[in-house]
Design a protein around this ligand. Structure first.
Ligand code: 3PY
Ligand code: MG
Length: 261
């Protein structure tokens, strides 16, 4: 099976820069995936993307060396299995708040022996290779999104879930859950929660990932100790690039960058 380069980079301690796609276009996916990202995530939760578009986008990502990931629309195990069949090499699952949710999610990503994944790796075999089935349980990565007070309260037990590869922090939902306002520069209460999650994840030896508002914040998070960072999404990059051109043409300069999700 084609190795999961993300796993290799994590083991080697190399920072992983992950793109985030919300525009339902295989061409846009191809453009973004060709820019040197280590991984590219198709976001089916908040992106304007359904399963059919996601398949074409995973195909487009597959022509590059970036590892194809998805954020599933929910914890629904049938959807998670379909996205794995479509060739995703890792799933970022929203709102994992309890160890039971974490266990059910991880089982959906693993074939029997380790889980409940149903057999039918349609594109998985095309992208991964003929021996996909024998190695998928080891190569496919499962990331639990930690984005609530409840998840924080249960973090130790969530991190102890067998087969969980790591966590991915959603700072905006985390802020809402902590009574703060989602912001490109999170409040102190959110920052304290982020460093608590990071510390516990590192102590467990798992991968720590986080969504960031832009490239500068992503760099800061790498320096803080995160393994995987997402410097905003495609729609935000397009909006910032477009508005800066309009402003430049009008003789002005862009002051504020947007906050993607
Ligand atoms: C959040 O910040 O809540 C996210 O889910 C990032 O996409
Ligand atoms: Mg979220």
């Amino acid at each position: 099976m084609r190795p999961n380069l993300l796993k290799q980079k994590f083991r080697a301690g190399e920072p992983i820069v992950n793109a985030w796609l919300s525009i339902p276009s295989s061409y846009a996916a191809e453009v973004v995936a060709s820019q040197g990202f280590d991984s590219v995530t198709v976001d089916l939760q908040h992106g304007m993307i359904g399963f059919d578009s996601a398949v074409g986008m995973l195909q487009a990502i597959s022509i590059t060396s970036a590892t194809p990931l998805v954020r599933s629309p929910s914890r629904d195990t049938a959807q998670i299995m379909r996205l794995l069949d479509a060739g995703a090499y890792g799933v970022i699952c929203p709102s994992i708040d309890t160890p039971e949710m974490a266990a059910e999610f991880v089982r959906a990503c693993r074939y029997p022996g380790a889980g409940t994944r149903s057999f039918g790796p349609a594109r998985g075999v095309l992208y991964g290779g003929a021996d996909y089935f024998s190695h998928a349980n080891d190569e496919i990565m499962a990331f639990a999104m930690i984005e609530s007070q409840q998840a924080l309260d249960n973090l130790e037990a969530i991190l102890a879930t067998p087969g969980l590869d790591g966590v991915y922090i959603g700072p905006n939902d985390l802020a809402l859950s902590l009574g703060a306002i989602p912001s490109a520069q999170p409040d102190d209460v959110v920052e304290r929660a982020i460093s608590d999650i990071l510390g516990q994840t590192l102590r467990r030896g798992l991968l720590a990932g986080i969504f960031c508002s832009d490239g500068d914040m992503a760099r800061r998070r790498v320096e803080q100790g995160f393994h995987l960072v997402t410097p905003g999404n495609d729609a935000n990059a397009l909006a910032v690039a477009s508005s800066s051109r309009v402003l430049a043409a009008r003789g002005g300069k862009l002051a504020v960058q947007g906050n993607g999700y």
